[in-house]
Design a binder for this molecule. Structure first.
Ligand code: HEM
Length: 406
């Protein structure tokens, strides 16, 4: 596992476009209903006609992915009209996030949903607008959890909540029940984490004020959320088959760092002085939920190991507002300190949180085994996020359990 890079993304040159994340509304606030999901339902299409050909391409992507295999999908993507990059970068934040999603899906379709082989160069027609839009959002030019999951759903009944039974995906690489369900489980878990996410700063404020009842309320909210999250994760197998996941779904999420298919990384034609770039692919490790829980509960992963470095890298793949939320929790008083100070009243509730977080991580590790490791015959198999995942997931779980208060 490569060590963490200190510069943004580890890219050879800084982005040319000034990030204007402060102006962005999408992903800006964290609420008890939505948590880290966007506060208004994600845009389903860019209505401006100048994007029509690109939006149509996104709709057709699963069809072309099925039909292609001899370069047809790649040739078709390269035949699209020039992308209106300037208009996109000047547009509103919701539109910009939608553009980022659109280009991320099409670029990963180009990379992973056709054949033969894996290209080592992403042509300028895709690379240039993707890099510009990503830079404007202060995000990396690669598929991330926020575009794959957080901004990729709609409600069937717009008056009913964001939960399984009322959500479906906006976009797919291949389509089908397994791909949609895999993603929807993540979206539903994000919504279930929401009450705990807003309770964390309140719990820290209570800890600073010596308000034991306030801290306990937060600890109880965390435990309740983690119990609900496990019940939802358990439903993964209902509609997402492990073989389908292993053989088909995971490939388009891949990146170009620690990936044996692209050992030298990817050249974004006309960008970064032609230097290949190495970026991790999409993974649940880019969700802010567990980062936030670790931060508030005072769970620290060994700073000297690559496990901590990997999680820090994953933060650079989160929307800037989510990074800031986690950083602010990390800078605040930990609920662990409050439980240590008031063991009689808070230790059992704190330990219950740690126990449920450990259970979530154990359960999740079992899914990673059943969906990846069990099927793999390769020694260098990595997760879609590029990690040496079995030792990583065991490490995160063990670090969690070690934080139980004696
Ligand atoms: C079949 C289902 C799943 C599989 C096979 C899976 C696989 C993985 C793998 C391999 C990693 C290591 C990083 C990488 O290289 O990608 C990872 C990390 C992670 N995944 Fe998943 N995942 C699944 C479902 C989920 C769901 C539903 C969530 C909920 C949001 C989630 C959240 C996480 C988190 C938070 C991490 C970081 C590790 C940690 O903090 O403990 N995963 N996942």
């Amino acid at each position: 596992m490569a060590a963490s890079v200190s510069s943004a993304w580890g890219l050879a040159r800084p982005p040319k476009v000034e990030p204007r994340t402060r102006a962005c509304q999408a992903f800006q606030s964290v609420t008890a209903e939505r948590g880290f999901l966007p506060q208004s339902d994600p845009l389903t299409r860019l209505s401006d006609p100048q994007y029509a050909a690109w939006e149509d391409a996104l709709d057709q992507l699963p069809k072309y992915a099925v039909a292609a295999g001899r370069g047809e999908l790649r040739a078709w993507l390269l035949s699209l009209p020039a992308f209106p990059t300037e208009a996109a970068v000047a547009g509103g934040s919701d539109e910009l996030w939608r553009t980022y999603l659109l280009l991320s899906f099409l670029a990963h379709g180009y990379m992973w949903c056709d054949g033969p082989g894996t290209p080592s160069v992403l042509p300028a027609g895709l690379a240039a607008p993707w890099c510009a839009v990503a830079a404007a959002l202060d995000m990396p030019p690669v598929l991330v959890y926020a575009t794959y999951n957080l901004a990729n759903w709609r409600r069937l009944d717009p008056a009913a909540p964001v939960q399984l039974g009322n959500i479906c995906c906006l976009h797919n690489f291949l389509g089908g029940i397994d791909e949609e369900w895999f993603r929807l489980i993540h979206v539903a878990i994000e919504a279930q984490a929401a009450p705990a996410m807003v309770a964390l700063p309140a719990g820290q404020a209570a800890a600073a004020a010596g308000d034991v009842a306030g801290v306990r309320l937060t600890l109880e909210a965390i435990t309740a959320a983690l119990v609900a999250m496990q019940a939802t994760l358990e439903r993964m197998g209902e509609k997402c088959d492990p073989h389908v996941y292993y053989r088909r779904l995971r490939l388009p999420m891949s990146g170009w760092r620690n990936n044996p298919a692209l050992p030298g990384g990817l050249v974004y034609e006309s960008q970064y002085g032609g230097q290949p770039q190495q970026l991790y692919g999409e993974t649940g490790a880019q969700s802010a939920v567990l980062h936030a829980l670790d931060a508030a509960l005072g769970i620290r992963h060994d700073p000297s190991s690559w496990l901590r470095a990997y999680l820090l890298d994953m933060r650079r793949h989160m929307p800037p507002a989510h990074r800031a939320y986690v950083a602010s929790l990390e800078a605040g008083p930990s609920l662990r300190q409050a439980a240590e100070a008031q063991p009689g009243s808070l230790k059992p509730a704190y330990n219950e949180c740690v126990h449920e977080l450990e259970k979530f991580r154990s359960q999740h590790k079992a899914f990673a085994f059943n969906y990846i490791a069990k099927h793999s015959q390769r020694a260098d198999e990595t997760g879609t996020g590029g990690s040496d995942f079995m030792p990583a997931l065991a490490g995160y779980r063990d670090a969690t359990s070690q934080h139980r208060l004696a």
